[in-house]
Design a protein around this ligand. Structure first.
Ligand code: PGA
Length: 254
């Protein structure tokens, strides 16, 4: 498999948004992605943990899959408020986001912890969506490639394959701000990440999905998704409304 025939994925990260009533949006997404013109793209929704079971039932039988937003490294135990990859899988998740910059920032998560969480995801049979990305200060200092390569090296486990791992490049300054890097900047980062993945994992690294995330919306999806080595999107704000989310998937219309 070469980089160019990697099947794209658009994943919605609902973050701390979503109530039972949000299943209405999920139904619209489920029916919308059924459009044969969208056969070439996969879709995922990562709701709050409380909605994983309900959402899994709503989308069952469709190509929409469900992911968690974080997991603990342990399988079970005295870890109040945490959730394990096994519990996510039991509820119907097939993937889990790890190392999102909001987790790294708000909860002090290090590359080593993110890597351990990815290993925990594999243990439960989940795909780990491993997030990396530089801050505005790091970009201004010209450190972007150093930072993302260090995060990639530190956060992606040796056991990673194209099947069990997705890497999401999300510049911290682009998340929820309406700002995006230029297409050239995204291309440069994704090219560097691809090179690092190939150097470390060979053909598995060549076939691994590399998502872009940070203020993706329907209006900029076609441009961002057409960049070399961008194999889909991780979407926050614009994944909360079905029609906005479907508008992003439309970047892959046949
Ligand atoms: P955003 O969030 O699309 O709202 O910028 C992206 C993310 O945090 O994954």
């Amino acid at each position: 498999m070469t980089a160019s025939n990697i099947r794209p994925l658009v994943a919605g990260n609902w973050k701390m948004n979503g109530l039972k009533a949000s299943m209405v949006e999920a139904l619209v997404i489920r029916d919308g992605v059924d459009d044969p013109a969208l056969d070439g793209v996969d879709a995922m929704i990562c709701p709050p943990a409380t909605l994983i079971m309900a959402l899994s039932e709503v989308v069952s039988g469709s190509k929409v899959v469900v992911g968690g937003q974080d997991c603990h490294v342990a399988q079970l135990g005295a870890n109040t408020g945490d959730i394990s990859s096994e519990i996510l899988a039991d509820a119907g998740a097939t993937a889990v986001i790890v190392g999102h910059s909001e987790r790294r920032g708000d909860h002090g998560e290090t590359d080593a912890l993110v890597r351990a969480k990815a290993v925990a995801a594999y243990r439960a049979g989940l795909t780990a969506i491993i997030c990396i990305g530089e801050t505005a200060g790091q970009r201004a200092a010209g450190l972007t490639l150093d930072v993302v390569n260090r995060q990639l090296l530190g956060s992606v486990p040796d056991e990673a394959t194209a099947q069990n791992t997705i890497v999401a490049y999300e510049p911290v300054w682009a998340i929820g701000t309406g700002l995006t890097p230029t297409a050239d900047d995204v291309e440069a980062v994704h090219a560097a990440l691809r090179q690092s993945l190939i150097a470390r994992f060979g053909d598995e690294g060549r076939a691994m999905r590399l998502l872009y995330g940070g203020s993706v919306k329907a209006a900029n999806a076609a441009e961002l998704m057409s960049i070399a080595n961008v194999n889909g999107a991780l979407v926050g704000g614009a994944s909360l409304k079905a029609n906005d989310f479907l508008g992003i998937l439309a970047a892959y219309r046949a």
